[in-house]
Design a protein around this ligand. Sequence first.
Ligand code: ADE
Length: 245
Amino acid sequence: MAVRFDIITIFPGMFSSAMGESIVGRAVKSGLAEINCVDLRDFTEDRYRSIDDRPYGGGPGMVFKPEPVFDAVESVLSEVEPLADGRVRKIILTPQGRRLDQPLMRELAQEERIVMLCGHYEGFDERIIEGLDFEEVSIGDYVLSGGELPAMVLVDGIVRLLPGALGHPESSSRESFENGVLDYPQYTRPPEYRGLKVPDVLLSGNHAEIEQWRRQQSLERTRERRGDLLENKELQETGQEHDKT
Ligand code: ADE
């Protein structure tokens, strides 16, 4: 299954190099993912190609105008070959949105069509969000200067979950957050470097012990660094047990 991203932005040039490298670049070359960047300014009608205006009610900064955004979204939706069930996931990147995490990445990795809209300045005229039925997603509790980097974060996080995108099929299910815990420490050769040693258990060849050590390291790290993840995990697990009864 391939995924198509349509990304509406005022800076399409930001995507070409970042999305042409590494796992995303490879997925695009092999046809697993398609990334189409649309320049919002192509949908303006005045000679200044203006996409923003001052906010009603006053205040600092500028707000995205509805007309070019509606036109750009409608153009994208009419160009994309529709799926049998008509499903398109429409996302606006803003700090006000649902906070991105690995379960949301997994959910999005099931989609075949994703349209993203990258914001700037003070945000969007609210009618864009209401009228176009977009969901708002934030990549974290901080403010960036625009939605382009967050859109790239989403593309990267989604593409690497697609079957066939990573070299090893198990890679993405074993890493941090997938089981509600952080990843265990990894080592490679040499067995000793500048007096720092690889833990003996990893050199032992005993796979059961290695598994147990890794599980324990994951839990310890998570407890030390991210106690909130363990609380969520416990809640989910006890919730699941209640559901079963
Ligand atoms: N635009 C600016 N900051 C953002 C954030 N944290 N997440 C998503 N989009 C944004």
